[in-house]
Design a protein around this ligand. Structure first.
Ligand SMILES: CC(C)(COP(=O)(O)OP(=O)(O)OC[C@H]1O[C@@H](n2cnc3c(N)ncnc32)[C@H](O)[C@@H]1OP(=O)(O)O)[C@@H](O)C(=O)NCCC(=O)NCCS
Length: 158
């Protein structure tokens, strides 16, 4: 199967935060941000595999900055690693105050998607072609997270 580069499936999703996204004080719910992160990551994974892709894991998310109603939330998602059927996506979250132009880094999350067929069984995905030093470093870090997740799974099922 022919490989695909990181740039071929990179995804940027932006949305203006509205009152239904937030609590009574105007702070956007973490869940609203996580939903956008999952959507953006899912698009990158589907673009890479051109298959249905389901979220199998979402790593811990730490919100570094509050996001408010009226901020433009942007998720930048790209693949960092592919296994046989799984794909790790890095999602970087930014919030822009569109009146001042100030852009705040709000956090990074790593998600794993698995490509599946119509019966819900995992199917192979194209290998990710990592070309730059930065992409190779991300791949190595993703391998470490994959090993850590596997050890957590073992611990959970023991
Ligand atoms: C995704 C799913 C089909 C995988 O089934 P499975 O029986 O675990 O399949 P496998 O053991 O063959 O694993 C398939 C891949 O998933 C990866 N995987 C499985 N569990 C994982 C986990 N907890 N974290 C990260 N990767 C995981 C495996 O490492 C493997 O990757 P590889 O093919 O690149 O080596 C199944 O777990 C599922 O349907 N989950 C529900 C997904 C879903 O509905 N998500 C929406 C939110 S609920």
């Amino acid at each position: 199967m022919a490989g695909k580069t990181v740039d071929e499936t990179r995804m940027v999703m932006s949305r203006l935060m509205q009152p239904p996204d937030a609590n009574s004080w105007g702070n956007v719910h973490g869940g609203a941000i996580m939903r956008m992160v999952d959507e953006a990551g899912g698009v990158a994974a589907i673009r890479h595999s051109r298959c249905q892709a389901v979220t199998v894991s979402m790593d811990r998310m730490t919100f570094k900055q509050p996001v408010h109603i009226g901020d433009l939330l942007t998720i930048r998602a790209c693949l960092t690693f592919t296994g046989r059927s799984s794909m790790e996506v890095e999602a970087v979250i930014e919030a822009e105050n569109i009146r001042t132009g100030e852009v705040r880094y709000a956090g990074t999350c790593y998600l794993v998607y698995v490509a599946i067929d119509d019966q819900g069984h995992p199917v192979p995905v194209p290998p990710l072609l990592v070309r730059t030093d930065e992409e190779r470093a991300r791949w190595r870090a993703a391998e470490q997270r994959r090993a850590l997740r596997a050890s957590h799974e073992e611990g959970a099922s023991a």
